[in-house]
Design a protein. Structure first.
Length: 178
């Protein structure tokens, strides 16, 4: 085995990414305080051809050097929009026909291992504050809640890790479970 060189990876340019057909998924970041987490989510969104990221509340927006540090240029390829109030973003997306899913541990949450996307539907996944999670007022207006099974002593994953796990799974379902 040999590591591939960058020119062998056949990556899209930022311009080609903007023109490419996107996955039917968007991300809503609900009051994310870490600029590094925000940048990491941009990078993950780029990897899975996410339509758009909605940055809400205290979530910082590009341009910012600490977002760029982990985004590695993906703020130039992935569309984003800012909302002062997360619930407004959720309600706007629901009006556009999106199924909105909070990634949060709740009494009625669905385990990621049991969650199935419906072909032809659009989804927006809400990821919450690093300590408080998704705000309860936002949970209340989501269509579903989804949790990631965990078996250790901690009760949560870093938000950027959660985004990677969830987006990989729904992208996998979209691409390979047709």
């Amino acid at each position: 085995m040999r590591k591939l060189k960058n020119n062998e990876l056949k990556r899209l340019s930022a311009e080609d990414f903007r023109k490419a057909e996107k996955s039917p998924f968007s991300i809503i970041l609900d009051n994310i305080r870490s600029l590094h987490n925000i940048g990491s989510v941009f990078r993950t969104a780029d990897a899975f051809l996410i339509e758009k990221i909605y940055l809400c509340g205290i979530t910082a927006t590009p341009p910012h050097k600490d977002i760029y540090k982990t985004a590695l240029g993906s703020t130039e390829s992935v569309k984003w929009e800012y909302y002062k109030v997360t619930a407004d973003a959720v309600l706007d997306l629901k009006k556009k026909g999106y199924i909105v899913v909070a990634v949060e541990q709740t009494t009625g949450s669905i385990s990621l291992k049991d969650f199935r996307i419906v072909p032809g539907k659009k989804y927006a996944f809400v990821f919450g504050h690093e300590v408080r999670g998704v705000d309860q007022a936002v949970v209340d207006i989501c269509d579903y809640c989804l949790d990631i099974p965990q078996y250790g002593t901690k009760h949560s994953l870093n938000i950027s890790v959660s985004a990677g796990v969830v987006l990989w799974e729904v992208f996998r379902q979209l691409k390979w479970n047709k």
